[in-house]
Design a protein around this ligand. Structure first.
Ligand SMILES: *[C@@H]1O[C@H](CO)[C@@H](O)[C@H](O)[C@H]1NC(C)=O
Length: 440
């Protein structure tokens, strides 16, 4: 009797302990070693982040176009230069750290138009292909000492919302009623079932070796179309929701919004916000203890015309992606340190002690942060810029949201775009650190 009571108490005490333990997924984009100057990210730059991370996710592996097996995305860097091994070797110094290899993540680019990323659907379609995929995944994961695999599955994206007027609007509403605006894949229903099968089969191969299987829901992949929360969550350790980038300068050239609004806002689709994603997964059978909320560590930028309307979100009348960042060099994208040096007066900033020309607007509780600069008369038009992003405060608010919903934790996407050198006037990894402090 006494032993039984003791055991019960022990279980209660342990479960209390487990409930408090939050996970922090740190995405690591390996290609960041190719960036210039201060944005060049080496393996040694990861270490200061590891005091915050429970899981390190290596991005990315690919699917071979012909064999449909999992393969390194960059054989030279990942394997010959041993980067896979260097990353999994971090576990020697950080024994609690779990290191996962992620496949997909929009880095594995193939085909165009209807053919785009078709292999991510083809591999699902027969059990023989799924088996070949699973076996190749198992070999790769075991071979390099990873703790499991993340599937950042490249299902087709939703169609961006268009701004319509006049006759175009009439025809598009006719088309909508005939074809349905959201039809992006005629075989979506089969793909949804086959994906659940893949996860089930993958987990049963991985389970004997205690290997983890996680899913990353990529931005603009419609969960209601492709993912069955109840079936999937039985066989997944975690589900990471990249609920951001609803508007990007590539998808929406003339329309801008903050990357990750927490709640529904007027003039947006009702499922394009963090809360809608979380609600979908929770109300369809995924336990909160497996859901992880993604937080972006970068900003999206658009060219701002003198005529653009900046008074309210979403911003209209924009002119495509902003200039590439001085170090990240990708149109329409800036890392957090590239943003902070532009917007806030911090060391490393272009103007030094001259005040920033940017106006920053923060509604971190509900939406996020943005900053903009309208070109003045004696400036060229290309100086105009609108940036939607997260700062440490808004990232902390996202973590508080995750905590209030009882979610498993957060994921930062990705640590190479965070302020890993500490140039923004906080300590190193300002976004990650602030979010983790709010979470625990
Ligand atoms: C996602 O799919 C549902 C139908 O399952 C649709 O109602 C909704 O509009 C879609 N969302 C987007 C953003 O396309």
């Amino acid at each position: 009797m006494g032993t039984k009571l003791f055991t019960t108490l022990l279980i209660v005490a342990l479960s209390q302990f487990v409930v408090c333990e939050k996970v922090v997924f740190c995405n690591y984009e390996a290609k960041a070693h190719l960036r210039d100057g201060l944005a060049k990210f080496e393996i040694t730059d990861i270490e200061p982040a590891l005091q915050y991370c429970t899981h390190l996710v290596y991005g990315y592996a690919a699917i071979n176009d012909d064999t449909l097996k999992v393969t390194p995305l960059n054989e030279q860097f990942d394997v010959i230069k041993d980067n896979y091994r260097k990353v999994t070797d971090l576990k020697k110094k950080y024994p609690k750290l779990k290191v996962l290899l992620s496949v997909g993540g929009n880095d594995d680019v193939s085909g165009e138009g209807e053919e785009k990323n078709k292999k991510y659907r083809e591999v699902l379609e027969t059990s023989a292909r799924r088996l070949a995929f699973i076996n190749s995944a198992h070999t790769l994961i075991k071979g390099f000492g990873f703790d499991g695999m993340d599937l950042a599955w490249e299902f087709p994206e939703t169609k961006p919302k268009k701004i319509k007027s006049g006759i175009g609007a009439f025809w598009s509403s006719v088309k909508k009623t005939i074809a349905g605006e959201s039809v992006i894949d005629e075989n979506a229903e089969q793909h949804r079932e086959q994906f659940s099968s893949l996860i089930k089969e993958l987990k049963s191969t991985f389970r004997p070796d205690n290997l983890l299987v996680t899913l990353t829901v990529l931005p603009n992949v419609n969960s209601t179309v492709y993912y069955d929360p109840r079936a999937l969550s039985q066989n997944l350790d975690f589900i990471i929701l990249h609920a951001f980038d609803f508007y990007t300068p590539q998808r929406n050239k003339k329309l801008a919004d903050v990357p990750a609004p927490l709640y529904e806002l007027i003039d947006r689709r009702n499922d394009e916000n963090v809360d809608a994603w979380v609600k979908y997964w929770l109300s369809n059978g995924a336990p909160a203890s497996k859901l992880v909320l993604g937080i972006p560590a970068y900003g999206r930028t658009w060219h701002l015309d003198p005529e653009s309307n900046v008074e309210e979100l979403p911003i209209t009348g924009l002119d495509g992606p902003g200039e590439p960042g001085p170090q990240t060099k990708e149109a329409g994208l800036l890392s957090y340190p590239e943003i902070c040096t532009k917007v806030e007066n911090v060391k490393g900033g272009k103007g030094g002690s001259t005040p920033s020309q940017f106006k920053k607007v923060s509604d971190s509780r509900r939406q996020g942060v943005y900053a903009y600069h309208k070109p003045t008369e004696n400036e060229e038009e290309k100086e105009g810029l609108w940036i939607g992003y997260e700062d440490p405060e808004s990232a902390a608010n996202k973590a508080l949201y995750a905590k209030s919903k009882g979610l498993a934790g957060i994921a930062v996407d990705d640590i190479t775009l965070d302020d890993f050198r500490g140039v923004c006037g906080h300590s190193r990894y300002g976004i990650l650190k602030s979010a983790v402090n709010a979470l625990i």
